[in-house]
Structure formats: C-alpha cells, structure tokens
Design a protein around this ligand. Structure first.
Ligand code: BGC
Length: 450
C-alpha cells in the first residue's frame, strides 16, 4: 500500500549545525573564549576527556568548500549559529570585525549558492567573560544578549531573513546549571530556574530589539520530548504533567502565553521564585515562527527519588540510538499537533531532527553505509507529512546534522552527520543518508511515498 507523503511547494529543506560543534579555531582572529572552550579543557567537567572544539570539523577554515557540499546536496536552507565571542570577545561592547566578518562571508557564500541562511544567535557558547560576571544568573544577561543581537541585526538583517534567538534553553538550564553535564557545569537546583528565566528575558529583549531594527522573521527554538505516562495511574499521570511542564512548557508558555506552567512550583519546590510581572511582559513577544527540535519521547513513571519527581522508563520493544534515545517518529507528529492545539497557528519549523548511530567505516569505493539513520530519517520525514495533513503549518525541516561533529560533552564518538568526517584528516564523505536526503529534497519528499 502506498503511503501518502506530501509537502507544500515552498517547503524548506535544510540542515542544521552549531558554531562550537563544527568551526574549530575558537580563538582565531581575536575571538574571546566561550564557556564551552573552558568546559572541554577542564578534565573535571568534560566527560569525553581530551575532546575539544579546538579543531572540530575545521569549518572555520573550510567554509567555502563546505557550502559547496551543501549545494551538491541541494540544500535549500542552512541553519547555523554565531559564536557570540567571535563577534564580541568580551561579550559586550567592542565589536571584533574579523570575527563578524567570518559570518558575513558565510552568509554571502550561502546566498551566492542559493541557500537560505537561518541564523541562531545563541547555541550555548556564552562568552567566558560574561560567565565570569555570573552568566545567565546575572539579570544583566538579558541586555548583554540584546546588545549582541542588535550588532548582528544591524549588520546582517538585509541578508538574513530568518533569525533564531536561543537554541534549547532547557538543555542549557538542565544540563548546564542543574546537572553539571554541560557548560558551565553547575549543579544547583536554585540556579536552574533563574538561568532559564534570564534566558527567556534575553529572548524577549532580543525580539523587542528586532522589531525596531529588523524587517524579516525571528523565532525561538525549543527541544520538545513529548511525555507519555507509563501507566494510567494518577501518580504516573501527575509525574508526566510535571515532566512536560519542566521540559516542554517551561519555555513556550511564557514566550507565547506570558505565564509559567503551574506545575513548576511542584517541580522546583522552594527553588521556584516569584517573578516580577514586568519580566513576564518582556518574555512574551510576538514570534514569527517557532522552531522545534525533536529527537525522542519519554515514557514517564513517578519516581520520588529523582529531584524532579518524574523519571523516564526504557521501553523494551523499542529501538534506541547511540545516544540511548528511543526511536519514536509518532512523537514528532504528536508534538507538532500538540503545539498547534496549545499555542495556535504560529508557523513552525522542525529546526533539528536526526540520530547518532554506529556507521560503517568509509569503504574503498568511498561509500558510508548508515542504514539505521536512513530508516530514522524516512520515518521522521513521513511523520512531518502526517502532521501537515492534520493541519499543522509546518514550513521546513532542518536535519541534524550536516556533519559528524563535537557532540558536546560526549565528544566525537557520537556521529549525527549525514556527511562523515574523518577527525584525523578532516576529510568529508557523504554517507548514504546524504544521498537519500538529496533525493528527498529534489523530489520534495515524493521519493518516500510508496
Ligand atoms: C542540540 C545539538 C545537539 C543535538 C544532539 C540538540 O540538543 O541543539 O547541539 O548536538 O541535540 O544531541
């Protein structure tokens, strides 16, 4: 039986990356160090000891040929992030023209090749100089970020038409301030909501600045893992609601509705502050689009021993990726439909989706077999089409990721790319999944029907 797969004619197919994960040369041309530079070089913090972003994919020096590879794949869009400290080495104040120049050249090269840039202002690499002043725990961080955003808008809004403020504030707060597994490596229940709140104030301040300077579109990117209760018990359902509030609604509710989910008081207990009303007004700004990063779902059971009092459960029947995430494409459709029901008709992009799997080595004929990634992508792209059929206003898909890259604290062992990178020679080799994705793009999804 053939499966119906249909995408609007102007659907935008692209790939996503992030600065610190691919660029390398983190201190080149006058850039200031970021918290990720520090974290990777600190063996007490970094899990994959010895792996750093010092070289990464060396994209900083290979940008032109990398854009050439994007063109070969037929990418219509490219979502990348800007290293804040390349542009403002101290985080505020003095602009480093050489660092900003790299992103101007990248944008120009993309446009020359007919690829639309989607620019993320913050994908986790806060300048270390700002972390020294308290990072996201300092209320001034909202203005630091808005000042940086203004520099970027003024320079690039003529050429960049899709802007993203933050990438996944939940991961920064949960991994960076609560569990200490990501930069800046803190473990403090009281800090997590403050960091989240200041990131959201920063988001609001940047969108406000954009309305004065910018003429195109700006949005927020969040990662959503839909939560399903393990059983119908009242305790599991309540734990599911808390987990959903913590991860999924903690950012979208204030950004779109101007208030935090009520469950967060239970989640954080005495660590949950009373926020000033004017903060909520700043956080709630009209968004031109929302970007959703989707990788997996969680099945939740009540667990009194876990600080947030909800724990994920492993499904015995499921397939898991190399990062231990259940493959669950239906969750992508469910997420997009849920978004529309809860937040209305804001245009959506899937701004990340993909998987780390063990891939076969590069063969003598230059091929890299990655059948599990291919299966993952096919099912998730079909799930997008299902969501569109259900009335979701989905405008595009940015696959994570273009290249194998630094998977943050997990280092280079987890490969998410559709282009294989040999981290010794830095040679790039498109995997079989890249061939599939090129066909998806060329046929606007039709190749997956049937
Ligand atoms: C992040 C990426 C990361 C990917 C896979 C997302 O949370 O935005 O930077 O590499 O997931 O873990």
């Amino acid at each position: 039986m053939s499966r119906s797969i249909a995408f609007p004619d102007d659907f935008l197919w692209g790939c996503a990356t992030a600065a610190y994960q691919i660029e390398g040369s983190p201190l080149a041309d006058g850039a200031g160090p970021s918290i990720w530079q520090r974290f990777c070089h600190d063996p007490r913090l970094m899990a994959a000891k010895g792996d750093t972003g010092d070289i990464a994919c060396d994209h900083y020096n290979r940008m032109e040929s990398d854009v050439g590879l994007m063109k070969q794949l037929g990418l219509q869009a490219y979502r990348f992030s800007v290293g804040w400290g390349r542009v403002l080495p101290e985080g505020t104040g003095r602009v480093n023209e050489a660092g900003l120049g790299f992103y101007e050249r990248l944008v120009d090269t993309l446009l020359d090749n007919g690829i639309e840039p989607m620019l993320t202002l913050f994908h986790w690499d806060m300048p270390a100089a700002l972390d020294d002043r308290g990072g996201w725990l300092n209320r001034d961080s909202a203005e630091w970020f808005a000042d940086y955003a203004r520099v970027m808008f003024e320079r690039l809004d003529g050429r960049v038409k899709k802007w993203v403020t933050l990438n996944e504030p939940w991961v920064v707060s949960d991994g960076g301030y609560l569990h200490g597994v990501l930069a800046p490596g803190h473990r403090n229940m009281f800090e997590a909501p403050i960091a989240s709140h200041n990131m959201m104030r920063a988001h609001g301040a940047a969108v406000k600045a954009y309305r004065e300077i910018g003429a195109h579109e700006i949005g927020l990117v969040v990662n959503i893992e839909p939560k399903y209760p393990a059983t119908e018990s009242a305790a599991d359902k309540a734990a599911t609601a808390r987990a959903d509030a913590y991860m999924n609604r903690q950012y979208l509710d204030p950004a779109i509705h101007g208030s935090y989910p009520a469950e967060l008081k239970d989640v954080f207990g005495e660590a949950w502050p009373q926020w000033p009303e004017e903060d909520m007004a700043l956080i709630r700004q009209k968004l031109d689009f929302v970007g959703i990063n989707y990788y997996t779902r969680n099945v939740v059971t009540a667990d009194e021993s876990w600080p947030l009092r909800a724990g994920p459960v492993k499904q015995t029947q499921a397939t898991y990726t190399e990062t231990g995430w259940e493959v669950f494409p239906q969750g992508l459709t469910d997420t997009l439909v849920w978004f529309r029901q809860r937040y209305g008709d804001i245009p959506l992009y899937v701004t990340e989706n993909g998987a780390a799997f063990y891939d076969s080595p590069v063969a003598e004929n230059g091929e890299v077999e990655d059948p599990q990634r291919i299966a993952y992508l096919k099912k998730h792209i079909a799930a997008l089409s299902d969501a569109i059929a259900k009335g979701v206003d989905l405008r595009g898909y940015m696959l994570w990721s273009l290249f194998d890259n630094l998977e943050w604290s997990l280092g280079y062992a987890k490969r998410f790319g559709i282009i294989h990178v040999n981290f010794e020679t830095l040679e790039r080799t498109p995997k079989k999944s890249a061939v599939l994705y090129a066909d998806v793009i060329a046929s606007n999804g039709a190749v997956l029907a049937g």
